[in-house]
Ligand binder design. Structure first.
Ligand code: NAG
Ligand code: NAG
Length: 759
């Protein structure tokens, strides 16, 4: 029964007031959202906090109103509080607590109350396909992976910028109705919701209850169609990359939770959406967003994700786009699948011929058909003294004569790549060569530029710069060669993909996995590219890049695995994905990074996802939510901090803390001094009932490894066996050293990378 709760109207004029229509036990209760302000009279500045609380032992709330009532008891008593102190969300499923706007003093008073654990200030987190299915080896006749039937019956929840519901990627041709467990709702109305798009809600600060989650950014439409978009024939962007577009799990259902706008995503909104999605009955949560990593108790997204996995919901999150320097990860809690980004074997080529005859190959999605390949005068704006000119920031070319010329612009400087082209175009330029910074190496991207352009790697860009500096009349001509397949090396880790080691827990190897995240084609709500080039309408696609794009690939693949193995836990699905990942590229060489050097585990994780193998891994490293308690205590978190994550009365005094690397994780990461380290693992047989596995170890350099026992014999499915890995220094080792162990049964190979950091 819906029930209208009336709220006290805040008096502050800058406070937005919404009355909330509450659905009984439908996820979080939604309250007024006030805009934080720096001036609240004598109670000091207010801001929104996520407050974690623990109910008295044995408490069972009869209804979400009861829970809310108890949450309210933490708020300052009416009369003594500032008028705008108020609850925004009361959470019930993935965290125990609420979001409320409070002054520092009010928070302090609250902290003294029985049941208060801690509070984190609300934060804003940034938002971080035709060819993908083929590249990942997905076969139509197998339903993409054996037994998965294209993900039929599985529900993927996306927390993003909403969706453009009219797009053919979201038609429900051939889709069965949602499973009976689905309890969510769709705020687009009956004409747009269907058996593909079964859920659609908005959780954005200031939006009225029931606001349809329309995507006015494009990001959410792209990620949703990547995870579970329909088959759409003839998908292309600007006539490139033509093929049949399909998500990874084209028969899975989509539940859309809009939590982000162009400006980012509030943590309090993300938690409200997670809380609702879990209640609604989603199987997989896909989050292409995230901020810098922090201790897990202070990372509310990680806390919410813990609540989700505890309820059997798989959570896949972007590793971040802050690479290639070390420890730049987001979303690195061990219960989350942390997804890096890599290239495919496709290039949308734009080559540049310099006046000296040299040709450099770059990329651009915009491929003008009629652009003459006559030489254009070529300039490097960075040669002028103007601030920011090297990066072609807005206005930085004013006063320079670039009319009719090609301009060399550098990547980075906080200026978006397509905006650099806009600057050149606005200044009268005819073309742009976009060159990498040294750290970006060879990683190029096919963007929908607004003028003829070519994105080239660092060494090619340096050659162009040298050429400009050393010739009297430098020129460049552009040739657009269209979509090329079979490009090698592929896959490669791209420069922007965030790197490990994990700061909050270096004893867990992160990221976990990589998938396609560079120049990915998927659904888009708007016209793409220069005004003359795009065709408006519902069938628009776009090619964009990010760990935001690799994440929904893995979310869709998790949905396939869930469809094929409905009783697998989130940890088992994750293990299957990780232990079967590819470590070699399509040429049979170790996967490389943006420098064309072998990618480290801190870039690659366990490897490149191989969905066909992941569906049948042989053995899995399983975990229950209780298994994380000794691990969290081993991170030296206090019992209170652990309780905020687990929402139990877990105590580190009785939990028997374990070292981080003893969590039953599918990869191994240890910090090794002079003493040896012994790591324990337990595998569960999910392959043939009767099977014998033997171990093969590739020792990290400078480390000796012994595995006990070296053989594991299983006689039933579901049987578990444990083994230990003892690592000790052997000879000289420094920095980080990498190896692996593989359990082989003949039919199966179950691989765990081993990362050793010497200290
Ligand atoms: C560039 O700056 C001008 C003047 O401030 C502004 O009008 C224009 O919208 C900006 N263009 C872009 C692409 O940001
Ligand atoms: C936890 O504290 C102990 C004792 O101070 C220390 O030896 C250990 O390294 C700490 N562990 C972590 C993960 O910080």
């Amino acid at each position: 029964m819906p029930r209208l709760i009336t709220m006290a109207r805040p008096t502050s004029s800058i406070t937005t007031f919404l009355s909330a229509l509450l659905l009984l036990s439908a996820g979080p209760l939604v309250f007024c959202r006030s805009v934080p302000t720096g001036d609240r009279g004598d109670t000091g500045p207010q801001q929104t906090y996520i407050v974690h609380v623990r109910p008295p032992a044995g408490t069972v709330f009869a209804s979400s109103e009861d829970r809310q009532e108890w949450h309210r008891s933490f708020l300052p008593t009416v009369g003594t509080s500032s008028d705008a102190s108020q609850m925004i969300y009361s959470y019930g499923n993935v965290i125990s607590g609420f979001a409320a706007t409070l002054s520092g003093e009010e928070l302090q008073a609250m902290a003294a109350k029985e049941g208060f654990l801690h509070a984190n200030p609300d934060r804003i987190l940034p938002l971080q396909t035709t060819h993908t299915a083929e590249f990942l080896g997905l076969q139509l006749q197998d339903g993409f992976v054996k037994g998965s039937n294209f993900g039929r019956g599985v529900i993927v929840g996306l927390l993003d910028t909403g969706v453009y519901p009219d797009h053919p990627s979201f038609s429900d041709d051939g889709m069965p109705p949602p499973p009976a467990k689905w309890k969510g709702r769709c705020d687009f109305g009956a004409s747009l919701c269907n058996n593909k798009l079964i859920g659609a809600r908005t959780f954005v600060s200031g939006s009225a209850e029931g606001t349809p989650p329309v995507d006015d950014v494009g990001h959410g439409t792209h990620t949703a169609s990547t995870a579970a978009g329909q088959f759409v024939n003839g998908a292309e962007v600007l006539e490139e990359a033509l093929g049949t577009a399909a998500g990874m799990a084209p028969r899975a259902h989509l539940a859309i939770y809009k939590v982000c706008t162009e400006g980012g995503c509030m943590v309090s909104d993300i938690l409200a959406a997670m809380d609702t999605a879990v209640e609604d009955g989603v199987d997989v949560l896909s989050l292409s967003l995230g901020g810098p990593s922090r201790p897990f108790y202070a990372d509310d997204l990680a806390v919410g994700a813990f609540g989700a996995i505890e309820k059997g919901v798989f959570v896949s999150c972007a590793a971040g786009n802050s690479g290639p320097l070390a420890s730049t990860l987001s979303n690195d809690a061990p219960w989350i699948l942390t997804v890096a980004a890599s290239t495919m074997d496709r290039s949308i080529r734009a080559s540049v011929k310099l006046g000296n005859g040299a040709v450099v190959n770059g990329e651009s999605l915009y491929q003008p058909k009629d652009f003459p390949s006559t030489p254009l005068p070529l300039v490097y704006a960075g040669a002028s003294a103007k601030l920011g000119a090297a990066f072609c920031g807005n206005g930085s070319l004013d006063g320079l004569d670039v009319n009719g010329k090609a301009v060399l612009c550098e990547r980075g400087g906080g200026i978006a790549r397509i905006s650099k082209g806009q600057t050149v175009k606005d200044a009268g330029g005819a073309g742009m060569i976009l060159t990498n910074q040294v750290l970006d190496g060879y990683s190029t991207l096919a963007d929908a530029h607004v003028l003829p352009a070519s994105h080239v790697g660092y060494s090619d860009g340096s050659a162009v710069r040298t050429y400009i500096a050393t010739s009297t009349n430098p020129t460049a001509s552009f040739t657009f060669e269209g979509t090329l397949l079979g490009i090698a090396p592929a896959p490669t880790i791209t420069s922007f993909s965030s790197r490990g080691p994990s700061k909050p827990s270096p004893g867990i190897l992160k990221p976990d996995i990589t998938g396609p995240g560079v120049s990915v084609l998927a659904a888009w709500p708007f016209t793409v590219g220069p005004p003359s080039a795009g065709v408006a309408g519902a069938t628009t696609f776009n090619i964009i890049s990010g760990t935001s794009m690799s994440t929904p690939h893995l979310s869709g693949i998790a949905a396939l695995l869930k469809a094929a193995n409905p009783d697998w836990s989130p940890a088992a699905i994750k293990s299957a994905i990780m232990t079967t990942a590819d470590t070699l590229d399509r040429s049979g060489n170790p996967i490389t990074d943006e420098r064309r050097l072998q990618a480290t585990f801190f870039a690659l994780g366990s490897g490149h996802v191989n969905p066909t193998k992941a569906v049948d891994p042989g053995l899995v490293y399983d975990l229950t939510s209780d298994d994380y308690v000794p691990y969290l205590c081993g991170l030296n978190y206090t019992s209170t901090q652990v309780q905020a994550i687990t929402r139990t009365s877990a105590s580190c005094a009785t939990a028997d803390p374990i070292p981080q690397w003893d969590l039953n994780y599918p990869s191994i990461s240890v910090i090794l001094g002079s003493a040896s380290v012994t790591v324990k693992r337990t595998v569960k047989n999910v392959g043939a009932a009767s099977s014998i596995y033997t171990v093969a170890v590739h020792n990290p350099q400078g480390v000796s490894v012994s595995v006990e026992p070296p053989t594991l014999q299983f006689s039933t499915v579901g049987e578990e066996k444990s083994y230990t890995v003892t690592l000790s220094t052997a000879g000289s080792g420094e920095g980080v050293s990498e190896g692996q162990l593989v359990w082989s049964s003949g039919k199966y190979k179950v691989r765990s990378p081993i990362s050793v950091t010497f200290h």
